[in-house]
Unconditional design. Structure first.
Length: 94
């Protein structure tokens, strides 16, 4: 990952209390997992920043390297990588 992409990702994380790296936008998600995560945050009335990783291949690949996590969407809260939808929703066993 180049420094420009790394700095862009870090800037988003640093300037937004809740940051969702997703495919598409909160108003127009481009995958089911991004839609489910975005909808969950909206239902919970969480103020968050959605970052569309489809706008840039460097960003799409860079966020995976940045977090060392292979899938999107990814949620950061107060600068900490939380994970993906699997970690933010109740499991079927709960």
């Amino acid at each position: 990952m180049d420094d420009s992409t790394k700095n862009l990702i870090q800037s988003h994380i640093d300037t937004n209390e809740v940051c969702l790296f997703m495919k598409g936008t909160p108003d127009a998600p481009q995958c089911g997992f991004s839609m489910a995560t975005s909808n969950m945050l909206k239902i919970l009335e969480v103020n968050y920043k959605g970052i569309n990783v489809l706008e840039s291949q460097a960003l799409r690949e860079g966020i995976k390297e940045f977090s060392d996590w292979p899938t999107i969407p990814q949620i950061y809260i107060k600068g900490e990588f939380i994970g993906c939808l699997l970690y933010t929703s109740p499991s079927p066993r709960d």
